[in-house]
Design a protein around this ligand. Sequence first.
Ligand code: ADP
Ligand code: MG
Length: 461
Amino acid sequence: MEKSPKIEKNLVSEENILNWNSVQDSFQKAFGSEIYSSWLKNISLLKEFNHYVILGVQTRFFRDWITSRYADKILNELQKHKLSINRIEFKIEGERSNSKTISQKPDINKISDIKDGVLNYNRLNPNLSFENFIVGKSNNLAFLSAKKITSELSRYNPLFIYGGVGLGKTHLINAIGLKLKDSSNVMFISAERFMYQFIKSIKKNEMDTFKDFFRKANVFIIDDIQFIRGKEGLQEEFFHTFNSLFDKSAQIIISSDRPPNRLDRVQDRIKSRLSGGLVVDIGVPDYDLKQKILKKKITEFQNSFHEYPNLNEEIIDYIAKEENLNIRELIGIFNRVVAFSKMSKKPLSVNDCKIILKDVHNNNKVISIDKIQNVTSNFFSINLQEMLSQRRSRPLARPRQIAMYLAKKLTTRSLPEIGRKFANRDHTTVIHAVKTIEKLSQDNSLMKKNIDEITSIILSD
Ligand code: ADP
Ligand code: MG
């Protein structure tokens, strides 16, 4: 049987220790080779904890660039290798030569100054400022309110900003923090980290320190408050923190993916506190805003690299007309298009752009193993439970193997993860299935046709 290098590589990826080489491989796939080789290739893994990793980058510029553009997606990719990771930190390693190999073993000395202390949770991103925030119809009110807050502290308390993902909530509340950080004691934290600190403090018997720490802020910014839904203990603590801050007239700023009254499984008294100040929403960007953002991105690019990406008005117009994009996705598309134009070294046509967008859409689509199993069993008109069962008859075993093969091909799940989703089979069974189907689809045109059809059903909605 022929050897597939892809499979060999995956065999070495252990469940709980990141295999940095295969992480790098998936960066390359996810970001494309252009972005990968310009920005991500030299990232090293400095230290790995259960829930987060510390990554080494060469310079401050690299750190800022990577954090502002790729951090979310990097985190996303890392989670595909290790689900428990929910945070990344970057550490500047100083200029290092390209020849240095990526070290699997963390260099403890280099990161001794990173303590998992409370202060570490109080980071503002210098790039997410008011100056870099582009205003349009969908975010104008939120923007004005955020600005207003900075000039009239505690007049509107709390400021509650809500809206869907990728629309600029974190950017805006971060901007408030940046603006005020020199004149006030600004505390900026996500609700999730707030919980992490809270639990840690309980365990270490340090609740007094916890309370003091958060309550001495005079500007308290908390991101993604929807995270407290259903978490009673956390809500209790948040309520008290909120009250003591409010009582001493500290400005409180909150972001959420939904308005206060729609925060189900949150205590009523908290909801009423949250809606007691100024509540504003950020909406989906319209054509004008998308166009403005694209133009700003081009200028930014030009300033950083002294080269003008080959994007004409027609292309900008074409991208800006794309419906239902949030701003994060819009910027993602921009990066892809720029990378493509750099690579092809020619002005892009609208047709090139169409192809890139289609690709982006396919890549953005998260395909689940459940979906693959459903579509495959439907396709062969067999019962899903039977397909997953231990029975070995060919009418069940082949579709099962096809589904495993597609799970490997269309998702980034590891072999053990795929095995688990197939009634707890071993990863070697998955490898066998992948090899079998790969071979069959080379030799057998019906097999190939079936696989193509199943794939297109999976990708089509
Ligand atoms: P949210 O917190 O609502 O999910 P973010 O604040 O993280 O969204 O925004 C997603 C990305 O889009 C960030 O890179 C952010 O800088 C960018 N962004 C969002 N809104 C704007 C805007 N109005 N102008 C410029 N960049 C924006
Ligand atoms: Mg956010």
